[in-house]
Write a protein that binds this ligand. Structure first.
Ligand code: SAM
Ligand code: DTB
Ligand code: SF4
Length: 332
């Protein structure tokens, strides 16, 4: 693949047209964000077409296998025990119920099943149950993803041995802004778990949340972190904050939606071979806004009427949108 220099108005190279790089400099990322919207979208769509079928979208379904009563204080999260969000804490779901939900998701057209637990970190006995869930979901012919919080080396190995395909662990925001959002763990803790997962040979799903009161520099900082990891995450979820009553971010200021689209586009340019997922927040986005996100290089969504605890568009409305845009689901 030939590298193609793209130069900004000051004569600075801002991208090399779709080559996979892990040596991005922060000013390059900032320069991409600063491009005129149309120029950025043109770059993102050009990069996207080099590596992907531009009309194919990967479809994942989410299930909360253990809801609420989490000891962490993530300011955005309705599942933290510290906030009064009217969510009932639940124990780990039985394996058979999880498999029945996976079967329904498969029938609706999802190819990956993502299981999320409201834990700071799992106990070893939890890992044994989750390993059974992973084996059962794989036996249905679906890809598997779990998100369980921080892992030890041994737990990571056990998950790998169960056949797990992806582990989701988000950096959420820039290192500089992290302590404004979460105080019960550090950015370094997050990076450590990501290293374990990567080194165990499990695909990494790692992204963040936009609209938490962060600045432009924080969105650039998050994407710079992701794009300079030793290997790009195979999957990069970009979430728009879902403002949940009772959480500290319930009244966060509305972000200009074009900044969300820019974040997707810059992620696409920086990590050309990764699936960029248009994740939480779609329920409050118009069809036109979602179409812009696909144009900016998003090629994965969460599908089905629930995310973990909050609402997502119903499957039928997504199928209608796909039809109107000529998009089709990726097969496994
Ligand atoms: N407890 C584990 C952890 O934090 O890694 C796994 C579950 S946690 C709910 C998974 C991710 O959901 C978080 O990292 C965050 O990015 C996302 N999330 C949680 N609440 C959200 C909200 N209100 N809006 C958008 N994304 C949210
Ligand atoms: C991700 O980046 N977003 C998903 C998934 N990974 C686990 C979670 C979104 C949660 C939104 C709030 C809720 O439904 O509780
Ligand atoms: Fe717990 Fe995860 Fe929610 Fe943080 S994001 S409070 S760790 S469930």
């Amino acid at each position: 693949m030939t590298a193609e220099a793209v130069i900004d108005l000051n004569g600075e190279p801002v991208s090399i047209g779709g080559a996979v790089r892990n040596d991005w400099r922060l000013p390059e990322v900032e320069a991409l964000f600063a491009l005129p919207f149309n120029d950025l979208l043109f770059q993102a769509q050009s990069v996207h077409r080099r590596w992907f079928d531009p009309n194919e979208v990967q479809i994942s379904s989410l299930l909360s296998i253990k809801t609420g009563a989490c000891s962490e204080d993530c300011s955005y999260c309705p599942q933290s025990a510290r906030y009064d969000t009217e969510l009932q804490g639940e124990t780990l779901m039985p394996v058979e119920e999880v498999l029945a939900a996976a079967q329904r998701a498969k029938q609706q057209g999802a190819t990956r099943f993502c299981m999320g637990a409201a834990w700071r970190s799992p106990k070893n006995r939890d890992i044994r149950c989750v390993a059974d869930m992973v084996k059962g979901v794989k036996a249905l012919g679906m890809e598997t993803c779990v998100t369980l919080g921080m892992l030890t080396d041994e737990q990571t190995q056990r998950l790998k041995a169960s056949g797990l395909d992806y582990y989701n662990h988000n950096l959420d925001t820039s290192e500089a802004y992290y302590s404004e959002i979460i105080t019960t763990r550090t950015y370094q803790d997050r990076l450590e778990t990501l290293r374990r997962v990567r080194e165990a040979g499990i695909n990494v799903c790692c992204g963040g949340i936009v609209g938490m009161g962060e600045g432009d520099d924080d969105r650039a900082g998050l994407l710079w972190q992701l794009a300079t990891l030793p290997a790009h995450p195979q999957s990069v979820p970009i979430n728009m904050l879902v403002r949940v009553e009772g959480t500290p971010l319930a009244e966060a200021e509305t972000l200009d939606l074009f900044e969300f689209v820019r974040t997707i586009a810059v992620a696409r340019v920086l990590m050309p071979k990764s699936h960029v997922r248009l994740s939480a927040g779609r329920n409050e986005m118009s069809d036109e806004m979602q179409a812009l996100c696909f144009l900016a290089g998003a090629n994965s969504i969460f599908y089905g009427e629930k995310l973990l605890t909050t609402d997502n568009p119903v499957a039928d409305s997504d199928l209608h949108l796909f039809e109107r845009l000529g998009l089709y689901p990726q097969s496994t």
